[in-house]
Design a protein around this ligand. Structure first.
Ligand SMILES: [Fe+2]
Length: 392
């Protein structure tokens, strides 16, 4: 009970978020506002081919702001990638970073920022709260609507030797500015748009129930699903409407804000071993596991009530629908997204996945996200969840 007369929503927000078709035009203004003069633009060759890198550079040139490119970002950036990226920034004396791309580009920029300003190796920053010196300002410009990294304090960097994904987190890693321009998301291949949308919806439905959830994070999670579900369906049905892309981009950002305060749960724990073993796309892997994780978690009536609230708020069921019906509707809605996106087809194409259930479950239990799942989940539970997902 609140006895102090004060209440808190339970979170801190520190990223300035710009949104709107064409708002990348404000990039130079933001660089100047943040005191930058020499930009390191971190992106990849695909986005250069799509013309987005040249567009960003032209905006900077017009304002007489010097920029250097680092275009070698790969999916799931490694310690070696961020080290090369930091070397380029160091050689050019960059004083501000711009991460343009999906989660990989934004996380690579965050990782390079750590090495530039704190020194050492990226492994030194695995865990939370390791930043001791001021960091360079970072502007994040997402070109997919998925990770929400543009508003998060965590960078996921892989160890090139061990393939371990290291979550490096600190409030100082949150970008100073996020520029959400729906026009930049139109160049994604359909399969990428579908898998990132599924990832964002999984972020919404995992973060809303975690043990770390707060009032603020639940509001972001719930709004992310309400806004993103209908946009995701339309994108999966082939829509390229910039308005719909904008709604999806906002939803992914809201889900990202939610994760920043509340972490993730068992669907993400299950997904990483599936991706490592079979190369299944992250968004597909989390999506196909999610209905089975919801069913597992909803055995706790207080968790079922939260899922029920999301389903009712999103209009999946009438406002007076009981939790059981609302949870069933939510599971069906996610299942439908998995079918429409091609995720289920990708799952059905895996070679004898049931043979791997035991090793997948051991891998899932070791993932950092498992500790935040609202119901305690161990190796045997993971085996049951995988069996349910892989034998359908
Ligand atoms: Fe994810």
């Amino acid at each position: 009970m609140n006895t102090t007369g004060f209440d808190t929503l339970g979170g801190t927000l520190s990223t300035r978020v710009l949104f709107g078709a064409g708002c990348i035009a404000q990039l130079a203004q933001e660089v100047q506002r943040l005191g930058g003069a020499r930009v390191l633009l971190v992106s990849d060759r695909g986005l250069a081919d799509a013309g987005h890198v040249a567009q960003a550079q032209a905006i900077l040139n017009e304002a007489n702001i010097a920029s250097t490119l680092y275009l070698d970002v790969q999916e799931n950036p490694t310690d070696e990638d961020v080290s090369r990226c930091a070397d380029v920034a160091r050689n050019d004396d960059s004083d501000i970073l711009v991460g343009l791309g999906g989660g990989s580009a934004m996380d690579a920029a965050k990782g390079a920022n750590l090495l530039l300003t704190q020194g050492g190796r990226i492994q030194d920053y695995w865990g939370m709260g390791k930043v001791v010196a001021p960091m360079l300002p970072l502007i994040a410009i997402p070109t997919t609507a998925g990770t929400g990294s543009e508003v998060q304090q965590v960078a996921l960097i892989s160890d090139a030797q061990t393939h371990q994904k290291m979550a490096c987190g600190d409030p100082a890693l949150r970008p100073a500015t996020a520029i959400l321009d729906p026009n930049l998301t139109l160049s994604q291949p359909w399969e990428v748009a579908c898998s990132t949308a599924l990832d964002a919806m999984t972020h919404a439905l995992e973060s809303v129930v975690t043990t770390a959830r707060t009032d603020l994070s639940q509001r972001f999670s719930t709004e992310a699903f309400r806004l993103g579900y209908s946009a995701a369906v339309q994108i999966m049905e082939g829509s390229e409407d910039p308005f719909v892309r904008g709604e999806m981009l906002k939803a992914a950002c809201y889900a990202g804000l939610a994760i920043d305060h509340s972490m993730l749960g068992a669907a993400h724990s299950c997904a990483n071993p599936l991706t490592q073993t079979f190369g299944l796309r992250h968004g597909f892997a989390v999506g196909v596991m999610l209905p089975h994780v919801i069913a597992f978690n909803a055995q706790d009536s207080s968790v079922a009530a939260i899922y029920g609230n999301v389903a009712r708020t999103s209009g999946l069921v009438p406002e007076n629908a009981p939790d059981k019906d609302a949870v069933d509707a939510l599971i069906s809605a996610v299942d439908d997204l998995c079918e429409k996106s091609g995720a289920k087809q990708a799952l059905r194409a895996l070679h004898e996945p049931v043979e791997h259930i035991s090793s997948l479950a051991s891998g899932a239990a070791e993932q950092w996200t498992a500790q935040y799942n609202p119901r305690e989940v161990g190796v045997t539970d993971f085996e049951d969840i995988y069996r349910s997902a892989l034998t359908r």
